[in-house]
Design a protein around this ligand. Structure first.
Ligand code: GLN
Length: 485
């Protein structure tokens, strides 16, 4: 039986009606992964036995009438989420043999709602990258064109949904790592407001920017997944104690009378003409749906990429100090003392991009440079945040492209880190501002590559943003196309 074209909501119905068992669904899902992952490499670890046991348990629960939002539904998570008894590599050699003694809060929440976790998804090492080429487990291939990247760093999370390996996944977004791969793979991906979802048990990259976010094949499933993982967690002091609305119940709100702002700084010359065309058409669709479109300005946009890379690298250099060969994962020691052991372990365990960032971040934090770089970047960050808050005094939502180009070829940018960093130009500012944003399909290039549209919402207004995305999805059929595999 073929299940990979069902949505979460369709799976739920069939499971509850007894037309389908979770064991059958999970088996079909595992088969689909095995049939396609030779080509895609989206998974780092498959949890076959654990998944089948969880599925059997879910079938019992369904029979007994105890159903949660995801009971019996196969889901996979980025390999950055700690999972009890299943290894968490974070795409790095240094954590190759690391097994966490606990589940991340987001994983606990998935399990509490009955989800069947089938595996851990490939990613750029420590979530550093925009192409998923920086993974110790090898590159992920884009299901729409396997010679191209799926985007990053949650490349496995996006490719797996696009290829119908699983119906939904979790990723993380520090500077665009949910939205950019969602855009490149033609799926829906959402970065919640900083503080909306607990980061507890998620391997830290840049703690003031990291957020957990869902990816799915349509807006409704993405809303459902957000509802499952969102909420205050006493184990994460940065999670915010504010009510989580019922994202599903409110999905039909539409955009009539809503003001949508187009930040002029995002419609730049370097924008790929096909992306511009798709985004312009989307703007027209929103006009027809009754939204009022206005131009706004986010004047400090130009400084975002530099500001982000300073802050993210500084925080990363501090967060990654813990991988010292003593407490986690890999240790290399040829008997040259403690410092020698640190050096050998970290030299062997980290990939080039991670090393580059640790060095740059350490430099930016060193005495004498702290004020010139890190502190200055923090001040610029405040200006960027104020730009957004000011724009949101005029409009309800902002609309922008997600990435300046569609998915590029594997290998095309590996030798040019600066160019790679620039591919995050439209996603980074919202992480700096802390507000919510999402990507969903709005077209295809002439080469048949998906193009995503970004909506940016007010802090904690995921609800309103999802309504607007849903209205667009109902009015168009971009998310109905699937890649041939
Ligand atoms: N591509 C960006 C980076 O390399 C963002 C990564 C992310 O969001 N985790 O830092």
């Amino acid at each position: 039986m073929k299940f990979h074209d069902l949505t979460i909501q369709e799976m739920r119905q069939k499971l509850r009606a007894g037309d389908l068992t979770s064991v059958d669904l999970t088996k079909a899902c595992l088969e689909r992964i095995k049939a396609t992952d030779g080509e895609l490499n989206a998974f780092i670890t498959l949890c076959e036995d654990e998944a089948l046991a969880a599925a059997a348990e879910a079938d019992q629960q369904i029979k007994a009438g105890n159903t949660g939002m995801l009971t019996g539904i196969p889901i996979a998570v980025k390999d950055i989420f700690n999972t009890l008894d299943v290894r968490t590599t974070c795409g790095s050699k240094i954590l190759d043999n690391y097994i966490s003694p606990y589940d991340a809060t987001a994983v606990i929440k998935l399990r509490e709602q009955g989800a069947v976790i089938v595996g851990k998804l490939n990613m750029d090492e420590f979530a550093m990258g925009s192409s998923n080429e920086n993974s110790a487990a090898g590159a992920v291939h884009n299901p729409w064109d396997t010679e191209r990247v799926p985007g990053g760093s949650s490349g496995g999370s996006a490719a797996a949904v696009a290829a119908g390996q699983v119906v939904a996944t979790l990723g993380t977004d520090t500077g665009g790592s949910v939205r950019q791969p969602a855009s490149h793979c033609g799926v829906v991906g959402l970065k919640p407001t900083y503080g909306r979802v607990s980061r507890y048990g998620v391997v830290a990259f840049a703690s003031s920017l990291d957020q957990v976010g869902p990816l799915a094949g349509n807006v409704e499933d993405c809303a459902l997944m957000l509802g499952v993982v969102a909420g205050y967690d006493p184990a994460d002091s940065t999670s915010v104690d504010c009510p989580v609305p019922d994202y599903l119940e409110n999905l039909n709100g539409g955009v009539a009378g809503k003001k949508i702002g187009l930040p002029q700084e995002y419609f730049i010359d370097g924008l790929d003409p096909e992306i511009k065309q798709a985004v312009d058409a989307a703007i027209e669709t929103y006009r027809q749906l009754g939204a009022e479109i206005v131009e706004v300005s986010l004047p400090h946009t130009d400084y975002s990429v530099a500001c982000y890379y300073l802050i993210a690298m500084a925080e990363a250099s501090s967060n990654l100090a813990r991988y010292d060969g003593v407490r986690f994962g890999l240790r290399r020691d040829s008997g040259e003392g403690l410092t020698g052991m640190y050096q050998q372990t970290r030299s062997a365990g980290f990939g080039d991009e991670v090393k580059r960032r640790i060095m740059l971040g350490t430099y930016a934090l060193s005495s004498g440079y702290y004020d010139a770089y890190y502190l200055k970047a923090q001040k610029v960050r405040t200006l960027i945040r104020k730009d957004f808050l000011k724009a949101f005094e005029q409009v309800d939502l902002l609309l922008t492209p997600v990435a300046p180009t569609p998915a590029f070829k594997i290998g095309e940018m590996v030798d040019d880190p600066l160019q790679m960093y620039l591919s995050d130009i439209f996603t980074i500012p919202t992480n700096l501002a802390g507000t919510c944003a999402m990507s969903f399909p709005c077209g295809f290039s002439t080469d048949g590559l998906p193009i995503g549209l970004q909506l940016i919402g007010k802090p904690f207004a995921e609800n309103e943003m999802l309504q607007a995305a849903y209205a667009f999805e109902q009015a168009t059929d971009w998310n109905k196309r699937v890649p041939e595999l």
